[in-house]
Ligand binder design. Structure first.
Ligand code: SF4
Ligand code: SF4
Length: 469
């Protein structure tokens, strides 16, 4: 007999128990080509970035590759400036500024970076363009994929993947050219003499581009990009978003072009689904703001073209804000934007100032902590120091070391040093002083280093001189 205290699982179990696939199967997206105002903006923003990426490593600046992240020699050449590992805080600060600028722009204009300038978007657009050129329009591509293998299908697929691989190779090669001198790399490539690691990295970045822009596309934005995940916290009710005006569009439904929607009890959306067919992430913007939306505005251009044909006003899908959709006015200048802009301006100002006043020389004076001082036979006091001198210029210089702030003191040790560009040297120095001239047990003074051939190249480092109490 069944225990009345036990629950019969049969009674509460669902009628049908089945397997749940925890990973959603990817539906291939066949995007429809669309032209319009925002696509022209995308073209004008994407091309300069693409050309910049491809051409910059080929340009020379001040006799050197304009941008070269020379990892073996641990120096970065950027437009005539050379950065060493000691400059890392400055580069980190630059990255922080870039991230903060992105946050500010996102708060103001939503995912404008994703839709117009993100490399994933730009390269995916190129790959889609190649796909249209080799396999035809959306309908032709759907038919081609459903058709059995034939010579034409093989030829079209080969042309598509061949062109994708070519673009991916150029991308991968250029990327490696930011880390190795690209002209030498290219001449080694022509001579089929790419030894060592470069071929592996070129192959890696070629495949990464081919897979990301050719196969994964929107999956990168939806599942891999961290920015897509946390950008929603930067949104507020006034942020610019691509949105469907459901108040105007609903109830949706098909109708003849000359029909008057109000008489049919319909809104302006004719339910043509063109906005869905052009969407590179395959979403229906009419379902509201979704994290998959990269703000590319393809659906805006698509819907505007439909509205034009129907002789309805444009803007059923448009750039707007949640506040505007609720019938209020968007607040463009709001405290958050003003605050972000001020912080950004201050950070850019501090960075620019430190770049303009940057001296490519670094000096650190470290006092010997084992022996506070040494008393010589003549009664003088000596303190021992180790100077870390880094010549962060790319030229070799001769430097002289002196001290100031300790009257009558003498430096014992080699005071003239020649350092190559990028060289760091540890220099041991002793400072000798007459104790009668010291009024304090601890006196501040500075080590001064100056290049004999470039008087502007000088730096000081503070230290202290100790005498017996
Ligand atoms: S919904 Fe519109 S703006 Fe968003 S990704 Fe799709 S086409 Fe682009
Ligand atoms: S393109 Fe415009 S009219 Fe067509 S379904 Fe989308 S919102 Fe409706």
């Amino acid at each position: 007999m069944a225990d009345p205290n036990l629950i019969d699982l049969q009674e509460i179990a669902p009628a049908e128990v089945g397997e749940i696939d925890l990973y959603q199967r990817r539906e291939k997206i066949y995007t429809r080509k669309i032209e319009g105002f925002f696509q022209r903006i995308r073209l004008f923003s994407g091309w300069p970035l693409l050309l910049g990426y491809l051409l910059l490593p080929w340009l020379y600046w001040d006799g050197r590759q304009s941008i070269l992240f020379n990892l073996p020699e641990r120096k970065f050449d950027i437009f005539g400036l050379t950065f060493w590992p000691q400059d890392f805080p400055m580069l980190a600060f630059l990255l922080i500024i870039a991230a903060f600028a992105l946050f500010t722009v996102t708060t103001f204009a939503g995912r404008i970076w994703c839709g117009y300038t993100c490399p994933q978007t730009v390269w995916t657009s190129i790959f889609m363009w190649l796909e249209q050129k080799t396999e035809g329009s959306r309908n032709q591509r759907v038919k081609l994929d459903q058709a059995p293998w034939s010579l034409e299908k093989i030829a079209r697929k080969t042309a598509k993947h061949g062109s994708w691989l070519f673009v991916a190779f150029v991308t991968g090669f250029t990327f490696v050219g930011y880390f190795l001198p690209i002209r030498e790399l290219f001449s080694s490539l022509l001579q089929l003499d790419l030894g060592g690691w470069p071929p592996y990295w070129i192959l890696f970045f070629t495949l990464a581009t081919y897979i990301n822009a050719g196969w994964m596309r929107e999956q990168v934005c939806k599942y891999m990009c961290p920015y897509a995940r946390f950008q929603s916290v930067m949104f507020d009710h006034d942020t610019l978003i691509v949105s469907y005006d459901s108040g105007r569009g609903e109830p949706r439904g098909s109708r003849k072009r000359e029909a008057i929607p109000a008489e049919l009890g319909l809104g302006d959306c004719i339910d043509c689904e063109l906005c869905v067919q052009v969407c590179p992430t395959g979403i229906d913007i009419r379902h509201g703001l979704q994290y998959e939306c990269i703000g590319c505005a393809l659906c805006v251009d698509a819907c505007n073209s439909v509205m034009d044909k129907m002789h309805y006003p444009r803007g059923l899908i448009r750039y707007t804000s949640e506040r505007e959709l609720q019938g209020e006015r968007t607040h463009w200048l709001r405290p958050r934007i003003i605050g972000y802009s001020i912080v950004l301006a201050v950070m850019v100002g501090v960075f620019s100032y430190s770049m303009i006043t940057r001296v490519p020389l670094e000096l650190t004076a470290i006092r010997d902590r084992n022996e506070l001082y040494v008393t010589t036979d003549s009664g003088a006091i000596e303190n021992i120091y180790t100077l870390q001198l880094a010549n962060m210029d790319r030229e070799m210089h001769e430097f002289t070391i002196s001290i100031s702030g300790l009257e009558g003191a003498t430096l014992i040790g080699d005071t003239v040093h020649t350092l190559n560009g990028g060289e760091i040297r540890s220099i041991s120095m002793r400072v000798r002083e007459d104790p009668e001239l010291l009024t304090q047990p601890s006196t501040a003074f500075t080590f001064d280093v100056e290049a004999t051939d470039a008087p502007d190249l000088r730096i000081s480092s503070e230290s202290r001189f100790m005498k017996p109490l």
